[in-house]
Design a protein around this ligand. Structure first.
Ligand code: AMP
Ligand code: ZN
Length: 135
């Protein structure tokens, strides 16, 4: 499969590993948003959050918190984003599930800004009901 993270997991592409267990690796992002930007990657290939099984997902977020804690201590950073992209429009460029841990600094270049859209309360009610009905 033509997947960069599978190639890293196979040892075909080098990486800077900060953690490994039976199910996951955590590596430094090769194009970091800030120093310490780390990716938590399951060893099994899942495309996105809708494919990954619940148990592995939970383990991934537990590892993400541990990595974030290590970053706090090692880099002395208190502000950290933990995020995850699904689909090209959401910014996903590698179609192998992964969790970003991004240390944040004063005046860094990281953004995910939006201008709020206007939605009337009837429509908001419909949206809430529709999401609720599909849970
Ligand atoms: P996303 O845009 O959420 O799919 O994130 C993919 C991330 O993988 C980006 O932040 C890239 O910088 C990172 N990336 C791409 N190639 C490599 C690589 N060879 N080693 C480590 N990180 C990579
Ligand atoms: Zn893969």
């Amino acid at each position: 499969m033509d997947c960069i993270f599978c190639k890293i997991l196979n040892g075909d592409i080098p990486s800077k590993k900060v953690f490994e267990n039976d199910n996951f690796i955590a590596i430094l992002d090769a194009f970091p948003a800030n120093e310490g930007h780390t990716l938590v990657i399951p060893k099994k290939h899942f495309t996105n959050i809708f494919e990954i099984d619940e148990e592995t997902l939970k383990e991934g977020y537990s590892i993400a918190r541990n990595v974030a804690n290590s970053i706090r201590k090692s880099l002395n950073i208190e502000n950290i984003n933990i995020l995850q992209n699904n689909g090209a429009l959401a910014g996903q460029t590698v179609n192998h599930f992964h969790i970003h841990i991004i240390p944040r600094l004063e005046n860094d270049t990281v953004t995910m800004k939006s201008i709020p859209v206007t939605i009337d309360s009837k429509k908001m009610e419909q949206i809430a009901l529709s999401i609720k009905d599909n849970m």
